[in-house]
Design a binder for this molecule. Structure first.
Ligand code: UDP
Length: 316
């Protein structure tokens, strides 16, 4: 039976990965320091004899007893307000944490997958973004702590692959949403849903003409699983090319909830990318993968989670 380590396993994406790998029959070691992760995300897995939770910060030496077949490194603050609050930890987990996990992969002869991001493309000058594009990142801007940590993570992953022959995979994840996002993580979707449910004004940053392309979490998890099991060691974009302006997205959320919220415009954060859309030709051809869940369906499923899991002020 394969044994898999998932760092950041108590986070939004990590917890969905833990579920998926358990369902595939793996033994799962979930490692998290719970800085932005939440044990509630994996509480339902405790008691499964194939699931183990380890409270550990992967920027320190990572020790796991026994064999490991796969290591998925998903530990990192991932929303702009989180990495603004935790800039050093963000850099450390992308750099030192990735180094430690690669060292562990080498020692265990495990296959390693790094969670990279569309942020490696920065404020892109190529649209949609293909894997060949090198990006337009401001290293000293406030998003730089995340972008550069992930760019370093990709570089050291390729170095371990080329120099140490570790089997590696790099997934570039585009905006993803779904159950277990934190309502207070500052991202557009949870912010808008929370505001719409409370009847508060929706805070659109800038004039809302900047675009994003949102994918539902189940599609991403499927793409990651296929990539891990493939032979592709170069980066692969996983995202939904269905692009929308942030203003239209806010209107969609308000309409879905049937809320009376108005839209207010606030200053655009520094270095906020103006456009973002994945070119997924490579995922289509190499992984035979494409997203299946429409935004309408995905938003409904996410709303159901927020209504169920977040307390009383959140009734429409
Ligand atoms: N955004 C917004 N209002 C909010 C939160 C975010 O208008 O309350 C904007 C943000 O400036 C960005 C887009 O929505 O242009 C997506 O932001 P998010 O933080 O979700 O993801 P990222 O910028 O990392 O793609």
């Amino acid at each position: 039976m394969p044994r898999t380590l998932i760092t950041g396993g108590a986070g939004f994406l990590g917890s969905h990965l833990c579920e998926r790998f358990l369902a595939e029959g793996h033994d799962v070691v979930c490692m998290d320091n719970l800085v932005t992760g939440n044990p509630d995300n994996v509480a339902h897995l405790i008691g499964n004899e194939r699931f183990n939770f380890v409270h550990h910060d992967v920027t320190n030496f990572v020790y796991v007893e026994g064999d490991l077949d796969y290591i998925l490194h998903f530990a990192s603050p991932a929303s702009p307000i989180d990495y603004l609050k935790l800039p050093i930890q963000t850099l450390k987990v992308g750099a030192l944490g990735t180094h430690n996990c690669l060292g562990l992969a080498k020692a265990k002869s495990a296959r390693f997958l790094i969670a990279s991001t569309s942020e490696v493309y920065g404020d892109p000058l190529v649209h949609p973004q293909t894997e060949e594009y090198w990006g337009n990142v401001n290293p000293v801007g406030f998003r730089g702590v995340y972008d550069e940590a992930k760019r370093f993570a990709e570089a050291i992953t390729m170095a371990y692959h080329r120099y140490h022959r570790v089997e590696t995979r790099i997934v570039r994840i585009f905006n993803t949403y779904g159950p277990r996002m934190r309502l207070d993580d500052g991202r557009a979707l949870p912010a808008f849903m929370g505001q719409a449910l409370r009847g508060e004004p929706i805070t659109v940053f800038g004039d809302g003409s900047q675009t994003r392309s949102f994918q539902y979490v189940d599609d991403l998890i499927e793409g990651i699983f296929r990539l891990l099991m493939s032979n592709e060691s170069e980066p692969v974009n996983i995202g939904n090319p269905d692009e929308i302006s942030i203003r239209e997205f806010a209107e969609e959320v308000v309409a879905l909830i049937g809320s009376s919220s108005s839209i207010t415009f606030e200053p655009l954060p520094a270095d906020d990318p103006k456009v973002r859309q994945p070119d997924i030709s490579k995922a289509r051809s190499v992984l035979n993968w494409e997203p299946k869940v429409s935004r309408e369906d995905g938003l409904k499923r996410t709303l159901a989670y927020f209504r169920e899991h977040v307390g009383t002020p959140l009734t429409a």
